[in-house]
Design a binder for this molecule. Structure first.
Ligand SMILES: NC(=O)c1ccc[n+]([C@@H]2O[C@H](COP(=O)([O-])OP(=O)(O)OC[C@H]3O[C@@H](n4cnc5c(N)ncnc54)[C@H](O)[C@@H]3O)[C@@H](O)[C@H]2O)c1
Ligand SMILES: [Zn+2]
Length: 367
């Protein structure tokens, strides 16, 4: 059998490539395709780049990342983690950019999970009062959620993402082949956000139902259409509501109970996506009982396919903490708690529900 000759790598083509325009005038080019497209996509952005990269990725995808050095200079590897997602790391990144000699005509390229892209995006917003940046998210959660929309940030002791800035990346490049090295649990976590989008965007449902298990197994051909569909959905929402004054809130479907579960279990038991998967069950239960809508059975079947690895059983203290977190939600009004509910597939609504309904949602989530 003839063996292919090892010639220069020909970049594979993008499977999706579209522009998103924001009310602020910013424009983001969204591409689902191979990392090797990055030099071409960054043309015209600036003369010198700061190539920031999640250190774990360098260990896992070293050759593909080092192949970017001729175009962008040395890889600036950052060992990041959620508990070090702090302003001190943003400052350290700015110092690295400065040491690299980045001027006003420079730009930042951020390759990594949501922690790295949030921190690097914030550094790009602050460095020299703002330089352009490219987001290359490398986890499924970051590809379908954190990459697009311009929210950047860091944590404070009092809570997550309490400091930040809106700074739209010029390009978001999502390479599904990077996801092969993600632990299966992290892929399921990202798929919870994909399923959330499918509930908000019925055109996505058939493809989501068909490809969910293959995507969870890490098959790039199954992941690419789901990433694209989720990004197109998020693009439609955030381009109409850049600063979360309206429809962007619907992207919080499943997150009210999800955040309460994360808080109650100290952010240790569940991944964010697992908490969202459970939160979606709670939101669907309330939707079924409070709204006279349809399709809830189909929605619930899809949500129940999301794998949640740890035990969902809450001990009494955890349940109490979850209820406290729910009822102390900062978006509560007159003792009623804000939920995103689903009247039907593709028809979300904001509702203010009673504490008793919150208990019902929580119990449905973890039952
Ligand atoms: N800006 C936004 O709109 C937005 C939206 C959602 C979430 N977020 C933020 O994103 C963060 C969560 O993102 P995350 O889930 O990507 O977490 P993460 O960045 O911590 O990544 C999870 C783990 O996967 C590793 N990793 C990254 N890419 C990998 C790959 N290809 N193969 C193997 N391992 C890889 C990372 O090093 C890390 O250990 C949170 O801080 C959250 O606040 C932001
Ligand atoms: Zn989320």
């Amino acid at each position: 059998m003839p063996t292919p000759e090892a010639g220069p790598a020909v970049p594979r083509a993008a499977s999706a490539d579209f522009l998103v325009d924001f009310p602020s005038g910013a424009r983001t080019r969204v591409v689902v395709g191979p990392l090797s497209l990055l030099p071409e996509l960054s043309q015209g952005l600036g003369v010198r780049a700061g190539l920031l990269c999640d250190a774990r990725l360098v260990a896992l995808h070293g050759p593909a990342l080092r192949a970017l050095q001729p175009a962008f200079g040395d890889l600036l590897a950052r060992p990041v983690s959620e508990d070090r997602k702090q302003l001190v790391e943003v400052e350290a990144i700015c110092e690295v950019l400065s040491a690299r000699g980045l001027g006003r005509d420079g730009f930042v390229v951020a390759i990594g999970g949501g922690v790295l892209t949030d921190l690097a995006g914030l550094a790009a917003a602050l460095y020299l009062r703002g330089v352009p940046w490219i987001s290359v998210p490398s986890t499924l959660l970051a590809q379908v959620d954190a990459g697009l929309g311009g929210k950047t940030g860091a944590n404070l002791r009092a809570g997550k993402n309490l400091v930040g800035a809106f700074h739209q990346p010029r390009v978001v490049l999502c390479d599904p082949s990077l996801l092969a090295t993600l632990p299966g649990r992290e892929r399921w976590s990202g798929l919870a956000e994909v399923v959330k989008c499918a509930l908000l965007e019925p055109a996505m449902l058939d493809v989501c139902e068909a490809l969910l298990d293959r995507a969870a197994a890490g098959e790039p051909d199954a992941l690419a259409p789901l990433i694209e569909a989720s990004l197109r959905h998020k693009a439609r929402v955030v381009s109409a509501d850049e600063r979360e004054g309206g429809a962007r809130a619907y992207l919080n479907l499943g997150h009210t109970v999800g955040h309460a579960l994360e808080t109650a279990t100290g952010y240790e038991r569940f991944t964010h996506g697992e908490a969202v998967a459970l939160g979606l069950r709670g939101a669907l239960e309330l939707s079924r009982s409070l709204l006279s809508g349809s399709d809830h059975a189909r929605a619930l079947r899809l949500v129940q396919r999301l794998r949640v690895q740890p035990s969902t059983r809450l001990d009494p203290a955890e349940r109490e903490r979850a209820l406290q977190a729910l009822t102390r939600d900062k978006k509560a009004k007159d003792g009623r708690i804000r939920f995103v509910l689903l009247r039907a597939l593709g028809a979300p609504e904001l509702a203010y529900v009673s504490p008793a309904d919150c208990i019902r949602a929580l119990d449905a989530a973890v039952s």
